[in-house]
Design a protein around this ligand. Structure first.
Ligand code: DGJ
Length: 372
């Protein structure tokens, strides 16, 4: 009778375990991908949907590392409950889950406590310090989008774990370089914020050929983008910065450099809802920048949306394909704020044909496109 009871318990435990495995663990390994399918669900090496929103990519030692916001289900997924997820890939089509690069904190006193807003993480490598440096947009828990700070974390390995260093407002005590084009007191937010530091929300990073790194961020109540040079260790602002696209209300900046010119893609400011993309070109990253208009072409058949709504997406990064000087991939997010984890990725080739800067919709494409 006793043996019988023990066997029953063991059987019950086994069947519970097998049920748990089926529901909570990934399905079988995904088949190898050989192309990009913008807007489709992209699976990682374990067959789980890639969870790296508002992301950016670092290429290091022949491997690409994709960092992005790990979102959870529902509206609560618009807040950071897990941290920054990282995936690795050799070919850009197939991604290995490398886990959580930067975890939010369980400590309610931490600036990156679970429930804060932690968006648009980007990682750069500092050859001098040999550290991987992550920057992200940080809003303290319970403060809506009023905090407008930048967070910095560092690691010795690309996949982490990253240690949170500090959060800051850019360039406290420093006035921007260059002539100020607006002296209307209502728009002098940068002067209002001089002592506390400039506001910084949507952001990206860029390391130039000379190793100097820049932080590009929506500032001044999202009215004006600022571009700030970082210190040599990439962990602070240097005090040198410019205001660009003054009062153009641009966010979601993404930047690349080709044949000595800098190109920028950004969006307007409409929250999670898509709007028309913008683009611009400059000979110097600190400006002056010349707007080129909406670079997007074509229609996303999944959403029925074209250039007026950026295919339903919003820019997050422009990835230079390693070893191919003319190959750049524009990365966008299709946000799903009602069920944040279900946001989708749209990666499209950038074309520079006939002196233009264009991003054309593709249902499916691969890197051979750049050989043409
Ligand atoms: C648009 C930004 O680009 C996103 O990163 C996010 O901050 C949403 N706004 C929030 O509404």
């Amino acid at each position: 009778m006793f043996m019988h009871f023990k066997q029953t318990v063991a059987l019950l435990a086994l069947s519970l375990l097998s049920f748990a495995c089926k529901t909570s663990s990934p399905s079988e390994a995904a088949p190898l991908a050989h192309s990009f399918k913008p807007g489709a669900v992209w699976l990682d090496n374990r067959g789980v949907a890639i969870n790296a929103h508002g992301g950016g990519i670092l290429e290091f030692g022949g491997t690409y590392y994709w960092f992005g916001e790990h979102k959870i289900e529902g509206k609560e997924g618009n807040f950071a409950h897990v941290g920054v997820h990282v995936y690795s890939s050799k070919d850009l089509y197939n991604w290995k889950d490398e886990g959580i690069a930067l975890a939010v904190s369980k400590d309610p006193q931490s600036e990156i406590t679970a429930g804060c807003i932690l968006e648009r993480p980007k990682v750069i490598y500092n050859a001098r310090t040999k550290k991987f440096v992550m920057w992200f947009h940080l809003e303290f828990k319970g403060n809506g989008y009023k905090t407008a700070r930048s967070g910095v974390a560092v690691a010795d390995q690309p996949t982490g774990p990253y240690q949170f260093v500090h959060s800051l407002r850019p360039n406290a005590g420093h006035l921007p370089a260059g002539l100020q084009e607006d002296e209307d007191p209502k728009t002098q937010i940068y002067r209002r914020d001089l002592a506390v530091g400039q506001m910084a929300r949507d952001m990206t990073l860029f390391v130039d050929d000379d190793g100097i790194a820049y932080h590009i961020y929506a500032s001044e109540e999202n009215k004006t983008l600022q571009i700030a040079r970082l210190t040599d260790d990439y962990q602070r602002h240097s005090g040198q910065y410019v205001r660009t696209f003054i009062n153009r209300s641009m966010e979601a900046p993404a930047i690349c450099k080709r044949e000595g010119k800098y190109y920028l893609i950004a969006s307007g400011c409409t929250g999670w809802k898509p709007n028309a993309a913008r683009s611009a070109v400059a000979d110097n990253i600190l400006g002056p920048w010349k707007e080129l208009g909406n670079p997007t072409v074509g229609i996303n058949p999944q959403t029925g949306l074209g250039p007026e709504k950026t295919f339903g997406g919003q820019s997050t990064y422009i990835l230079p394909v390693a070893g191919r000087p003319d190959a750049f991939i524009a990365m966008f997010d299709i946000w799903r704020p009602e069920n944040a984890i279900d946001g989708r990725y749209v990666w499209l080739p950038v074309s520079f044909a006939n002196g233009e800067f264009k991003v054309e919709w593709q249902d499916e494409w691969d890197l051979t496109r750049f050989s043409k």
